[in-house]
Design a protein around this ligand. Structure first.
Ligand code: PNS
Length: 159
């Protein structure tokens, strides 16, 4: 059984993430979407439980996908969930620079392999931080995120 861990902040999950999750679900027996967080530092917009709830609703149609939260090092999360590899998306050359460094470090400190999947061009401009900003300032963002994220954003923004 091949398991891949797809880690990130998912604050909230976007259609860019969903594209990767859906493609990975076809390639692996099991896809674990890991919300990684630092318990000592609150960051972003949504609490970890809210991020997980949004992810679970957005991936409910994918039988072999589950969402879990992890703290600490990514290599420890890989060990905890028994994943064979880490999956990360590449949207740009800037992403590639950062991801290569992370992949090399995780291989060095934990013997963990990282697979990188090219994001589809129609979604490579989407990021959670942009979505949060556009939503907060009243712009059109609804086509960038799944319905569960839209509902949560509107609620968080008191609309
Ligand atoms: O969605 P993001 O913010 O691009 O996700 C980044 C994340 C959470 C995958 C990355 O910051 C991470 O792996 N954090 C865990 C801490 C860690 O293992 N650091 C050392 C590896 S470079």
């Amino acid at each position: 059984m091949r398991t891949v861990l797809y880690p990130g902040s998912f604050d909230p999950v976007t259609y860019g993430h969903m594209d990767l999750i859906e493609r990975a679900a076809k390639m692996f027996d099991r896809v674990i979407v890991g919300v990684l967080y630092n318990p000592d530092k609150r960051s972003g917009m949504f609490e970890i439980e809210e991020r997980l709830e949004i992810l679970r609703k957005a991936t409910a149609h994918l039988e072999n996908v589950e969402a879990r939260a992890f703290t600490g090092l990514l290599v420890d999360a890989v060990r905890q969930c028994g994943a064979d590899a880490v999956l990360r998306g590449l949207r740009s050359n800037a992403d590639a620079d950062i991801e290569l460094q992370m992949a090399r470090i995780n291989r060095e400190i934990g013997g963990v392999e990282t697979l990188m999947m090219a994001s589809c061009p129609e979604k490579s401009h989407i990021s959670s931080s942009m979505v949060r900003q556009i939503a907060a300032l009243g712009g059109k963002y609804e086509h960038m995120v799944p319905e569960a994220a839209r509902d949560a954003l509107e609620k968080a923004l008191g609309r």
